[in-house]
Design a protein around this ligand. Structure first.
Ligand code: NAD
Length: 326
């Protein structure tokens, strides 16, 4: 099996590549190609532990460039598509790169996969495409109602991927996952931002009343779910991946303060994010029943190991924070 991973130098994509090359059952794939533009959030250091694996090839390139995609894609059996602009706050400041990469980039990849007859296209989407839900949980048949430019661009790409299945009979599967945390996450996202600020003796910004609810899943559990979908998911189907722990941002902040030995005096309330979704909640009955998915890392254990990782890997995150502060 030869696998093309787009965005494989980012947070989740690099976890997937590390998992494929070090932990996959049955010896893993014959070859893994990473296609990544290395935007501000892409980082070759994320692949350092597998850099010397002869099965890994890294190509720096843009998924929006059909010539690059045409050159890299032939010979692969599967595409696992992570590459995206991924930060909601950035999409509020400027939506253009989100539409370009997430929508046009995905369409460029889909067209190339169609032309080259690639076996399977795994599109990594997000629960944010469903919008916000006050009570209950989304199943995969829930209508999409995204609220941010980020989630709207992801919904566009998610629907395009499904359209290529319906129109062209392409073997497409879509995953929609809840919020991830873990090592190698760019320190602009809430958990690494808060942890690194606290480790540096600084303060942390808490949006609005802190009552927004997210379902937190360890990045490894997300990748295990994607691997199941890649191997056994039914073509044309969507699979929710979640089953972590639902917490308000205030509850999450309390856990992070405790893990870093800090008090509430380090929390600075800030104006709420524009259009801030109140609650996300996924029903994962389908992937559990069909593919035997079950998350294995509970939040307390996962957060403790994540905080330890940021404590032990200052050399990874300090240059990134310096770059974004500049
Ligand atoms: P990330 O920002 O850490 O990584 C994105 C990667 O894509 C980076 O390596 C970047 O260099 C690359 N990239 C961006 N534009 C590109 C382009 N035009 N061409 C090639 N490469 C490009 O993001 P992440 O958190 O790892 O998210 C990965 C995927 O998972 C995204 O599609 C995101 O929507 C989805 N997702 C994320 C979460 C989460 O909690 N982080 C949850 C559900 C789904």
């Amino acid at each position: 099996m030869r696998i093309l991973v787009t965005g494989g130098a980012g947070f989740i994509g690099s976890e997937y590549v590390r998992m494929l090359l070090t932990d996959a059952a049955g010896g893993g794939p014959a070859a893994v190609t990473v296609l990544d533009k290395l935007t501000y959030s892409g980082n070759l250091a994320n692949l350092a532990t597998v850099r010397d694996d002869a099965r890994l090839r890294f190509v720096q390139g843009d998924i929006c460039d059909p010539d690059v995609v045409d050159e890299v894609l032939p010979g692969h059996d599967v595409i696992v598509h992570f590459a995206a602009e991924s930060h909601v706050d950035r999409s509020i400041l400027g939506a253009a790169p989100f539409v370009t990469t997430n929508v046009l980039g995905t369409q460029t990849l889909l067209d190339a996969a169609l032309r080259h007859g690639t076996g399977r296209f795994v599109h990594v989407s997000t629960d944010e495409v469903y919008g916000s839900i006050d009570s209950g949980s989304w199943t995969e048949t829930w209508p999409l109602a995204p609220n941010s430019p980020y989630s709207a661009s992801k919904a566009g790409s998610d629907l395009l991927a499904l359209a290529y299945h319906r129109t062209h009979g392409m073997d497409v599967v879509v995953t929609r996952c809840s919020n991830n945390y873990g090592p190698y996450q760019f320190p602009e996202k809430v958990i690494p931002l808060f942890v690194t600020n606290l480790l540096d003796g600084g303060t942390v910004p808490l949006y609005g009343d802190g009552g927004n609810i997210r379902d937190w899943l360890h990045v490894r559990d997300h990748c295990v779910g994607i691997a199941l979908v890649q191997e056994k998911g039914r073509a044309g189907e969507v699979y929710n991946i979640g089953g972590g722990t639902e917490l308000t941002n205030k509850e999450l902040t309390a856990m992070l303060l405790e893990a870093c030995g800090a008090g509430w005096d380090r929390v600075v309330p800030v104006a709420d994010r524009k259009g801030h979704d109140r609650r996300y909640s996924l029903d994962i009955g389908k992937i559990t029943a069909e593919l035997g998915y079950r998350p294995s890392i509970d939040l307390e254990t996962g957060l403790a190991s994540t905080v330890r990782w940021y404590r032990d890997n200052r050399s990874w995150w300090q240059p990134l924070k310096a770059k974004t502060a500049a």
